[in-house]
Design a protein around this ligand. Structure first.
Ligand code: ZN
Length: 309
């Protein structure tokens, strides 16, 4: 089953893909909620009913307009991200693997839709891509054993952990550089776990399409190369936090990021960022400049970034 969140005149609505249409789950079955997070909280039986919403006599369908998709889980309770979880990525940054998983948090305002613009902020031009597999929690748990961890997974999304490197690297805490508004596309769908038999064998890639028509394959790897697999990450995160339905775990990016290249390769306005995860889907996000109210890109003068030094 492919679930998503659609922007409609009635607000964000949980939908399920049926052929080339999106079925509005709550409008088709009034016992189900309009939020995907709320739906996940109701558990597997409600999820199964959501899958049958299209069969209801009152089923309400929307045409599939990719541009209206919001982040697949639009208001996750928490977004826990894993840093440096692929050996090649650790090496390209000149780091050594850490003893425990490196965890940071993203906030919901940093998310954007799977075909919506990713916004290069006024404050920096060091905008970098990081394709990742995202895991969405379906069943709550704390101190989860690795052997049972996958039972807590509702499904998977593609994620691009687009990062503003100078703001990430300026201090020990990465929070600012990982949380600029509208930098993290999540989607296009939440693909339920039953359709992803082995999350540790999926090819994932970042391709950038330039305005001149050229294409650059910048990342091309497989989730088989994750140093800590999904089950171990769930076990580790649940040592300190209760994982709840709708929570998102970003599992880290493979090698090939712009920061690890010589010369460095930042995203530029006019380019299209294509993020793929085998069996889960593809997102296409145009890179745009943040503009001021005058409609012009103006540099942010309040705090020195590397650009102004
Ligand atoms: Zn990342």
């Amino acid at each position: 089953m492919r679930l998503a969140t659609l922007d409609t005149p009635d607000g964000p609505r949980a939908v399920v893909l049926e052929g080339d249409h999106l079925v509005d789950i709550a409008a088709s079955d009034s016992s189900l909620p309009s939020s995907l997070t709320q739906l996940l909280r109701l558990g597997p039986e409600a999820l199964a009913r959501a899958g049958k919403a299209g069969g209801s006599p009152s089923a309400r369908r929307h045409g599939y307009e990719p541009g209206r998709l919001l982040p697949a889980v639009s208001q996750p309770g928490k977004i826990l991200c894993i840093g440096r979880n692929y050996a090649e990525h650790v090496r390209e940054l000149g780091n050594v693997p850490s003893e425990r998983p490196e965890v940071f948090v993203r906030v919901t305002t940093s998310l954007t839709g799977p075909f919506a613009p990713v916004v290069r902020p006024r404050a920096s031009d060091q905008m970098d891509y990081e394709v990742e597999m995202a895991v969405v929690i379906g069943a709550a748990g704390r101190n989860i054993e690795p052997e049972r961890a996958l039972e807590h997974v509702a499904g998977y999304c593609v994620f691009n952990d687009v990062s503003i490197r100078d703001y990430q690297m300026a201090a020990q805490q990465w929070t600012p550089g990982k949380n600029f508004d509208r930098t993290g596309p999540l989607g296009p769908f939440l693909v339920t776990a039953d359709e992803v038999p082995d999350p540790q064998s999926l090819r994932l890639s970042t391709v950038v399409r330039r305005p001149d028509g050229g294409e650059e394959v910048l990342q091309d790897s497989t989730t088989a190369l994750m140093m800590r697999p999904v089950a171990d990450l769930i076990a580790f995160l649940s040592i300190f936090a209760t994982l709840e339905p709708g929570d998102v775990i970003a599992t880290g990016t493979p090698g090939g990021v712009g920061l690890g290249r010589q010369p460095r390769r930042w995203l530029l306005p006019g380019e299209i960022l294509v993020s793929r995860l085998e069996g889960v889907g593809e997102m296409r996000n145009p890179v745009v400049d943040e503009v001021s109210e005058s409609g012009l890109r103006t540099t942010f003068a309040g705090w020195p970034s590397s650009r102004h030094r």
